[in-house]
Design a binder for this molecule. Structure first.
Ligand code: 13P
Length: 240
């Protein structure tokens, strides 16, 4: 199972200490061989985190990148090549918090292509809004987001699809398990051979229900991933 910590815009150099218990835990965890942990801290922490995680199985990723993998006059932007240069092996692309700020499917497709060109793996986020869900448009929206986002991309192994319903992010709400099962099955049946994760309010309590969806390949965790105890708890309970 894959566990991704998305720290969003939280954390400074002091926060790096919170990964120590996770490193220790993984050393002694009996299922460690099947666990993959990826930390996606703010860009300022990628390099120090990479240095801290060197010689451990944990990996580092960025949270977004510019669509141009070559350098250019784009003030304030960071591209996939730069992320790779400071130790990232993954990058989150298409997160709803960035879609909300104007990222559309075609831009996301360009970003994914640039990330792959730079040698990064992609955590590709998709998800419907509450309004879309109420109108029963979930499958239509997900289909469009995936088809457009992955247009002309062949290397399925480089992509992790992460289903994050927008209304479940940071709200404490998760989909009903039978509905989530249906959505994950839809994605897996339609887009074969991709690994599929779930994200949105994953915590040590609801993981007991979420883990019953056997088709899931892992979880993308926001708030709870900043607290090492909660993060470890989620991992442990996924296997209990
Ligand atoms: P929360 O776990 O805080 O709901 O965030 C989910 C998320 O957006 C991960 O990318």
């Amino acid at each position: 199972m894959i566990f991704i910590a998305n720290w969003k815009m939280f954390g400074g150099l002091n926060s790096l200490n919170s990964i120590n218990p996770v490193i220790k835990f993984l050393k002694i965890f009996k299922n460690k061989k099947s666990v993959k942990i990826i930390y996606c801290p703010p860009t300022t922490l990628i390099y120090p985190m990479y240095k801290r995680l060197k010689n451990t199985p944990l990996m580092v990723g960025g949270q977004n990148c510019h669509e141009n993998h070559k350098s250019g006059a784009f003030t304030g932007s960071i591209n996939a090549t730069m992320l790779k240069n400071v130790g990232a092996s993954y990058v989150i692309i298409g997160h709803s918090e960035n879609r909300r700020n104007g990222e559309n499917n075609s831009l996301i497709n360009q970003k994914i292509k640039s990330a792959i060109k730079s040698g990064l793996n992609v955590i590709f986020c998709i998800g419907e809004t509450l309004g879309e869900r109420k109108k029963k448009l979930t499958k239509k929206i997900l289909n469009k987001q995936i088809t457009s986002g992955l247009k002309k991309i062949k290397n399925k192994k480089k992509i992790l699809i992460s289903y994050e319903p927008v209304w479940a992010i940071g709200t404490g709400l998760i989909p009903k398990i039978n509905e989530l099962y249906e959505t994950i099955s839809f994605i897996k049946n339609k887009f074969k051979d991709y690994k599929v994760l779930y994200g949105g309010s994953v915590n040590p309590k609801n993981i007991k229900d979420l883990k019953t969806i056997e088709k899931l390949d892992g979880f993308l965790i926001g708030g709870a991933s900043q607290n090492s105890k909660k993060f470890i708890d989620i991992i442990k309970k996924t296997y209990n």
